[in-house]
Each structure stands twice: as C-alpha cells, then as structure tokens.
Design a protein around this ligand. Sequence first.
Ligand code: F6R
Length: 595
Amino acid sequence: MCGIIACRTHAPAVDYLLVALRRLEYRGYDSVGVAVKTTGGQVVRIRTVERIDALDRAIRGGTGYELDRVGIGHTRWATHGPATEANAHPHTDCTGRISLVHNGIIENAHELRQALSISGHHFATGVDSEVLCHLIEDCLTISGDLLCAVQAALASIEGSWAIAVLEERTGRVVVAANGSPLLVARTEHGDFAASDIAAIAEWTDDFTVLGDGDVIELSVSSAGQSAGKNGRKPVVRQCIWRNGEDGLNGHADFMAKEIDEQPTAVSRVLDELGPNIANGRLWHSLGLAPFNRLQVIGCGTSLNAGQVICNLLRRVGGVPASFSVASESAGEIVEPGALCLAISQSGETSDVLNAIVSRRAVDPAMLALTNNPHSTLARRADAVVNCLAGPEIGVAATKTFVCQVVAGVAVMVSALAANGCLGRSAANRLVDDLRRIPAQLSSAGTVAKCLVPPIAEELADAPGFIFIARGTGIPYAAEGALKLKELSYRWAEHYPAGELKHGPLALISSGTPVVVVDNADSKLANNIAEVQARGGRIISVGSLGSTVPVTGELSAPWGPIETIVPLQILARNLALFLGFDVDKPRNLAKSVTVE
Ligand code: F6R
C-alpha cells in the first residue's frame, strides 16, 4: 500500500520520478506527489489527488525555478485521513527543511503527536506519517546530521515503515525500512530507492532489499551500505522481470491483457515445473519434510486459489487440508506434521506476514507460493515456489490466480508422488491433464469474448449478483463474485448451491442474476430449478448447454479452472459498461501492506 521512490540522478530527477510513480501507481492511487530540489537550493513540493498525468502537467507548468537531480515521490493509498491534497505525501516539518514520504503505519502516532504538539510543533495534517517529520526535525536540531537524525527519530516509532527523507539545506536523501518493502539500486543513471523493482526496472536489473531496521543514505558513496540496527550488509539481488513486459501491447487495459496472457502464463509454469512433478523431484527440491496435513493461509484471490489446492490434496491424496483467512488465523492450532502454505501474489501482504509470525512460535514447515520471489514472504519462508505469472499491473488479480492454482496443484501432486501417496502413472495422468489447461483457458476466452459482453450489458442495472457452485466449483464462484464486486461495485456473494434454501433464496426475485459455476455436478440442476421457480435469471458457465459453455476437464480434482475466464470477462465488461476504471478499482491497491 502506497509506493515510494527516491532518486539522486545524473539528469533531472522528475524524469525518473514520474516514470517510477506510474509503475508504482498499482500500490495506491488516492493521491500522488513529489518533492524535488531546485537548482536554486530550495525544495518544491507538488501534490495532487488526480492521477499522474495531472502531476506531470503541474510539474512541467511550474515557473520560477529549475528542478535539479534529487527528489522523492509517493503514490498514496489512504489509511489515516481522507484522500485530499493536504494529506498527500511528501509531508514536511514545521520549518520546511524536511520532506518525507512514508509507506506503512505509525502505531503510536497519536501519543507522539500529542507530545510533539505540547512541545510546540504545528501539524498540518491528520496523517500518521507527519509525526516522523517533526521527530526528525527535533533530532536534526540536536545532531545536525540527517542520517543520525533519522536513526534517532525512528527509535521512538512503533509500527512499520519504508521512508525517504529529503533535506533541503544539504539535498541529502536518507531512506529506511522496517516491516514495509524498500530496495535500493546503484545504476548508470544514478542511485534509487523504491518500494518495488518494477518502479526502476527500466534502469537496472540489480537491487538490494533493505532489512528491518536498515537506514541508508542515498548517495554516490554509500548506496547499498546498511547503517541500521542489523549491522549486516544486504544482499544484492537480480530482477527477473525484463523491461517491456509491462506495456499494454495493443490491449485496451491491463486487465484485458492479463486475462489474455493466462494461457501463456500457465504454459510457463508447466514448462518450468512439469518435468519434475510426477517423479516427485519438484517436492524434493524444496527440501521440506513430508507432511500429514496442510494449512493454507492467504487473502482474497490468493485464498481462493488456496481453496482449490486444498480440494486437490483432499481428493487425490486423502490428506486433511484446511484454509483460513490470514487476518483471522492467528489463534489457529497448528497440529504436528502440518505444512503451512502461505499464498500471496505480492508476497508483501501484512495479514499474511503477521499470520506467519504467529505460527513461527510452533514452527511448522512454511512454504510460500508467490509471484515475487524477492518479497518479504519469500525471504521468511522455509521454501518458495514462484508462480511465474510475470508482472500483473491490473489491481484485480487474474493471471496470478490461475498461476497460483496450477503451481500449487503441481507442488501438491509432486508431494503426493514423492511420499508414495500417488502412483507414478496416476501422477503422470494428472500432469497430462494440467498440460491441457492453457488450450482450455484460451478457448474459454474466445467463447466468452463473444457471449459475455451482451449479457453484461443486459445485467447492467442489476443491483446485486449471487454466484453458486458445488464441490470443486466453489472457489471459482468465490473468485468470480470477488472480481465482480471489485470492478463493478455491485454486491456479489457466492454460496455453495445447497445453501441457497437455508437463507439466500430469500434474495431471489424476478430477474435476480444468479451465476452458476457448472462443473457438471448432477445436484446443480435442482438448485438451478429452485432459482428459476422464483424468477431468478440464470447465467451458467461451464458444462455443455451452459449459457457460456467451456471445454475442459470440469471434473478434474482442481475443479473447472476454465470457468474463471468468462467470469473475469463478465466482471470487466460490466465495469466498462458502467464507466469504471478496470485497472484501478476504487478504494483498492495491489499490495496490501497494512493490517
Ligand atoms: C483481488 C485481489 C485481492 C488480493 C489480496 C491478497 O483481485 O487482488 O483480493 O488477492 O489482497 O493479495 P496478495 O495475493 O498480494 O497477498
């Protein structure tokens, strides 16, 4: 949540800040702002609650100064205080000497604010981050040195932070991290700090991830040197995403592009993992002990993928498997021999990271399934599986979902084969079925692009939607409902179809849209009839004869994965028809680094 960028470059800093902010926008887009040093020695602060184009215009239209080669920037997902220009970062201290951008939460902001106010500080906003500016202001008065001042100020802070601080007098920039992601990079264009490698991928492949407690000055002589409490030199890592992977490439929006990329992304997963599934090598390569039960934690789409993986393990291996919402999983009992599978596309979701910490007390084996092998989750787990979806820019998850499902299923099939719970030929048959998924996703997309847009248009006035399914179809109904509510801002709830008669049927009246994920379960027909008897409008996706038929192994142990494509297309088309931005739904962000 919130993206930060800082740079000290050989050419004007704004040219880099604007590019980076566009790439960080997925982390939050309630407001955006920069603070940049001028050649005259001042710092100019420009902020807006509009999008980055507006910031660009405001920067280029500024007069009376020439912008220099050092600056900081921020794109905000509001936590404390509404999305106003005043609350937009960068924030400053009383003197205006300090400009600061922050990602994270200051948990003791209220107490610090009170103490600082009593000692004479004037606060311009209600944003928690502003207390940092005033604390640094005080520490700077004592030490006169920005690096020491930031270190001293952070000693009073409880919570999480990735910060960049620009001092007007010296033009020095100090960055620090604790519980929020931040990386630094030395490039031929200059030195950078950013929340995410995607922000600076145009200028470098190599970067260094800051550890908790690190405080670093961004300068020619010291980038990459830890001055924090850990006293160790951070490891230089390599970016696996290449430039050019993140353009629209002729698509109308990133969601459209990422839906279309699903077959290729799943093929990539299978090319990478496929040869080592049935022989158990994939599992052995993770170096984990055999397990006798699985506990999955995740949030949102990642949890829906986790539900699919649990279904597979139970059905194919008879292994007990449960899944829980990460934010509510702290008190869960971890049984001996359990494997904990933490799923997160970003690998930075606070709820997931906190759930891991709570489990570390009993120390089960921890496997991370993530799209970001450099993430905090990946670093904290005992083993990591990269879901290899490539950059996903649309805030609503699409290709990361199918890649999580396929990579997670591959690992579990491999574990069952390695531990003797699944014979080689049965495992080979499952791998053959997995290899058919890319073609099935592709054909589902072709059919859905013809059939779904008029349905979406017809349903545009419906205030709410119900999604139903049975058995292995349920996670896909959950994911379809999540996509629809995220993008179209319409109510959408999913239920096991058998549950309708226990309450939700009261919601059905003439024309109520009921989306059925049809995995050919024979009991679904009765549930559909119950809805139709009350005038509900059935839109079925799945087996032959459905409103939107898909071809595939609908009864595979991972369920009707192909049905997710029409459901994604339904959500997107409805949102577009209603005039909404499908890549940046309101109130959401792609990397959820607050609890
Ligand atoms: C839905 C969506 C969210 C995320 C959730 C977890 O489209 O994107 O529900 O799935 O916030 O995020 P990660 O997977 O990064 O932990």
